[in-house]
Design a protein around this ligand. Structure first.
Ligand SMILES: Nc1ncnc2c1ncn2[C@@H]1O[C@H](COP(=O)(O)OP(=O)(O)O)[C@@H](O)[C@H]1O
Ligand SMILES: [Mg+2]
Length: 216
């Protein structure tokens, strides 16, 4: 079992959307996933209540119970656990970081999001936890803004080789209790999410280390 925490102090970057849609895409691959919601705003938990399908299960738990919950999920042979966290630094976020095999930091290709992630990166470095940025809500198509953000992030740390564009399917999926891969199964947002999951699984298996070589 591998644990992925979605972290960054900036709200609206896509932590909850990625937790949910990656968990759904994991199931579509024939694997078992689970979402732990540590955010009092309960975006993921509320999404689950709107959802018709039973999987992936989403549970809001006390931060102090994260370790016990993960031990139970490991016994249940869950493959990937996604932990969604709040957009503020709380003991819950630290608990998620410590439990994670990999932390994903969603960021829009904007200086504000990248700057806002600095305290998160500092904490992750202090805790010696591996992390990768994921560029989200990028302009569709090739964009200098995305390329620049990718370059900046890859110079300072790891960044996922797959970026997600700004697409209405993400908003509609969240409202409908769906993963973005279920919204329009052959849409661009769906294929980007599947590609991100492939990148994530490769990274967790140690097949991809960082993206520095790609931009050098
Ligand atoms: N790639 C995307 N394209 C369009 N809208 C997106 C995308 N990713 C997230 N969103 C939307 O942006 C808003 C904030 O996303 P959310 O996942 O709630 O962020 P966070 O959990 O970091 O606060 C939501 O309305 C979500 O549907
Ligand atoms: Mg959220």
């Amino acid at each position: 079992m591998k644990v992925i925490a979605l972290v960054t102090q900036k709200g609206g970057t896509g932590k909850s959307s990625l937790a949910i849609s990656l968990a759904v895409a994991t199931i579509e691959r024939g694997l078992k996933s689970y979402v732990i919601d540590l955010d009092p705003q309960a975006t993921a938990k509320n999404w689950f209540e709107r959802r018709e399908a039973e999987a992936p299960e989403v549970a809001a738990i006390e931060p102090s119970k994260v370790s016990a919950a993960l031990a139970m999920l490991a016994r249940q042979k869950v493959d990937l656990v996604f932990i969604d966290t709040a957009g503020v630094d709380t003991p819950a976020t630290t608990a998620a970081m410590q439990a994670a095999d990999l932390c994903l930091i969603p960021a829009r290709p904007s200086i504000a999001d990248i700057e806002a992630a600095r305290p998160t990166v500092r904490t992750l470095s202090k805790l010696d936890r591996p992390y990768a940025f994921v560029l989200n809500q990028c302009p569709a198509g090739r964009s200098i803004r995305t390329t620049d953000a990718f370059r900046v992030l890859s110079l300072t740390g790891a960044v996922a080789g797959v970026s997600l564009a700004m697409r209405a399917d993400h908003l509609d999926a969240l409202a409908a209790g769906q993963g973005v891969t279920e919204r329009d199964t052959s849409g661009k947002a769906a294929s980007e999410m599947r590609e991100l999951l492939t990148w994530l699984i490769n990274r967790l298996e140690g097949k991809t280390h960082d993206e520095k070589a790609r931009v050098a």
